[in-house]
Design a protein around this ligand. Structure first.
Ligand code: AR6
Length: 207
């Protein structure tokens, strides 16, 4: 099934920089939107919106999306992360869990930090990636987030195979279909964008 493209994007910061995307129906009142771009520029209403960060266990910044989010949010984000209690020395967020902070200088009001699996060393990467998506959505729901944007968790330096990651990501989001007004994937790379759109075409109805 083909998806619609070139939709008018309700994420205001993206209108100029992100020309096209694909929209799918999650439920009568909820959409999944897959777009290409920089997740740090995304927001919808700056009050009930959140971007997801693929953090590491210390939560004090890193490369990839993590580095971009910390740079865009400013030093207050690192301070807020520092204040997240450690569950054991050096670990604020274990693999598969999620923590929420404010967004500070970001356009989005909140950041949900999760630690995705390192594909080659995780004992059960599929279970860990499933937990990451699930816990992000649970934390978002608990904090009255209505619009949430994900990157491709673990598909960068963590080395997760893209097709399986897309299947897990979209399947879990389907389970939370009634809990959010819009769920976004904001994907920076062409190949990942194409994998995600193809997988959504398999698993969801066009909007
Ligand atoms: N917007 C959207 N997607 C992006 C952006 C961006 N600004 N920047 C990169 N991507 P990665 P991981 C894509 O490596 O594999 C960090 O050091 C990127 O091309 O950021 O979960 C953390 O501290 C890729 O497709 O995350 C962790 O230690 C995807 O986002 C570790 O890396 C995820 O790439 C997490 O590794």
């Amino acid at each position: 099934m083909e998806s619609k493209t070139d939709f008018p994007c309700s994420a205001h910061c993206l209108i100029s920089s992100m020309a096209s995307g694909a929209v799918f129906s999650l439920s009568d009142s909820s959409l999944l939107k897959i777009i290409q771009g920089d997740i740090t520029e995304w927001s919808v209403d700056a009050s009930s919106d959140a971007i997801v960060n693929t953090a590491n266990k210390r939560m004090l910044g890193g490369g990839g999306v993590d580095g971009a989010i910390h740079r865009a949010a400013g030093p207050q984000l690192r301070a807020a992360c520092f204040d997240v209690p450690e569950v054991r020395p050096g670990v604020r967020c274990p693999t598969g869990e999620a923590r929420i902070t404010l967004g500070f200088n970001l356009h989005a009001s909140h950041v949900i930090h999760t630690v995705g699996p390192v594909y080659d060393s995780d004992v059960n990467p599929r279970e860990s990636l499933t937990s990451s998506y699930t816990n992000c959505l649970i934390v978002a729901k608990e904090n009255n987030i209505k619009y949430i944007a994900f990157p491709a968790i673990s598909c960068g330096v963590n080395g997760y195979p893209k097709d399986e990651a897309a299947m897990i990501a979209i399947s879990i989001i389907k389970e939370f279909a009634n809990d959010f007004k819009e769920v976004y994937f904001v994907l920076s790379e062409d190949d990942i964008y194409n994998v995600w759109v193809n997988k959504a075409n398999e698993l969801l109805q066009e909007a």
